[in-house]
Design a protein around this ligand. Structure first.
Ligand code: HEC
Ligand code: HEC
Length: 314
């Protein structure tokens, strides 16, 4: 009874706000005024992203969990971090995170800059203090020189600048030009007939009420208890009763590559994830055939991967 009421409420909320159209992904994401891009800053951010010396063990880097070969995820249900501890949540992709209006499944960081310092300090991730990281990087002359060149000033090596450099690198991790983007731009042959049927279903069923805009997320939080989850989601951040079990709408770009799915990684196959969504979010179950067509459409959201050459670290 309570659930039905909640679902009805969700539905009303969705319908109240007009959904943004699903548009082609821009090649460049929004760049904040206080962190302009430069090729040297991006290079420094890339080095830091791949550098396990940002962790206390010296073996965990951002790329350990956000592995470029796995579309910047780790392909395990829940992240494995410091001393092989299993964290509470699934690793989302960093691809196109630059387009998100908030970071993390519960949206607890507003920007990529704010997000970047979280995993370094999280005990189940990299388990290191910012003070130690800054101290360590200062002792590496090549890093010190780069920080000074990019940021200037006496305190160039700082946690704030580490975050800025990593965020600048992440803003290059975007995947425009997917077959679906080309379809939207007028190339009717860019996706298969089944994918086109799937796109029709995606709209007809109302998936695009939440998975809207260029990045296929409206950035809002909705109540969902995915299989096997006890996670309170957004409630952990706001402590508001109405935010219990709410999670941010996930991007669907490159979703064919970012399995396993959901905040706890409990669903491995994409058709099964589609079925969960149909039932839980829309109250209209998808059979095998319908799920397969929607999956064909979702596969067309795999874009051109950014070219990332492994940095040689000092
Ligand atoms: C031990 C694995 C692990 C490491 C190491 C790690 N992450 Fe993550 N990352 C995660 C998990 C798990 C989440 C989701 C956590 C949550 O929502 O509570 C996440 C979330 C994110 C997000 C938010 C994406 C979104 O869709 O909301 C970004 C961006 C990100 N990480 C970047 C980084 C950066 C930069 C580093 C290195 C400084 C890093 N991560 C290190 C596992 C990891
Ligand atoms: C009411 C809003 C809403 C609607 C409608 C909705 N979704 Fe979702 N979707 C979400 C949220 C929220 C999540 C994140 C769930 C979580 O925390 O694991 C999500 C996650 C997903 C995921 C998993 C992504 C990942 O990387 O883990 C897929 C796939 C997905 N949705 C597809 C669909 C499809 C297909 C439809 C239509 C049948 C649909 N969604 C309808 C809100 C919605």
């Amino acid at each position: 009874m309570k659930r039905t009421l909640l679902k009805a409420l969700v539905f009303v909320t969705i319908c109240a706000a007009p959904a943004l159209a699903n548009e082609p992904l821009p090649a460049v994401p929004p760049i904040p005024a206080n962190n302009s891009m430069s090729s040297q800053k991006v290079e420094l951010g890339k080095m830091l992203f791949f550098d396990p010396r940002l962790s206390s063990s010296g073996v965990v880097s951002c790329a350990t969990c956000h592995n470029p070969s796995f579309a910047f995820t780790d392909r395990v249900p829940r992240a494995l971090g410091h001393k092989h501890q299993v964290g509470p949540r699934n690793t989302p992709t960093v691809l196109n995170a630059a387009f998100l209006s908030s970071q993390f499944w519960d949206g607890r960081a507003a920007t990529l800059e704010e997000q970047a310092l979280g995993p370094i300090q999280a005990t189940v991730e990299m388990n290191e203090s910012l003070e130690n990281v800054v101290g360590r990087l200062k002792e590496i002359p090549e890093y010190k020189k780069m920080f000074i060149e990019v940021f200037g000033g006496k305190e160039a090596v700082s946690s704030g600048n580490i975050a800025k450099a990593i965020a600048a690198f992440e803003r290059t991790l975007v995947t425009p030009n997917s077959p679906f983007d080309r379809y939207l731009m007028g190339d009717t042959e860019a996706i298969s007939t089944d994918a086109r049927k799937g796109w029709e279903l995606f709209q007809k069923k109302g998936c695009n009420a939440c998975h809207s805009g260029a990045n296929f997320t409206n950035g809002e939080f909705y109540r969902i208890i995915v299989p096997g989850s006890t996670d309170l989601g957004r409630f952990e951040v706001t402590k508001k009763e109405e935010d219990k079990y709410k999670f941010r709408v996930q991007t669907l770009r490159n979703v064919a590559l970012t399995y396993p799915y959901f905040n706890n990684g409990s669903v491995v196959r994409l058709p099964d994830a589609v079925k969960v969504m149909s039932k839980e979010m829309l109250g209209s179950e998808s059979g095998d055939e319908e799920a397969a067509l929607i999956v064909e459409f979702l596969k067309s959201l795999t874009g051109t991967m950014p070219r990332v050459d492994y940095p040689v670290l000092p």
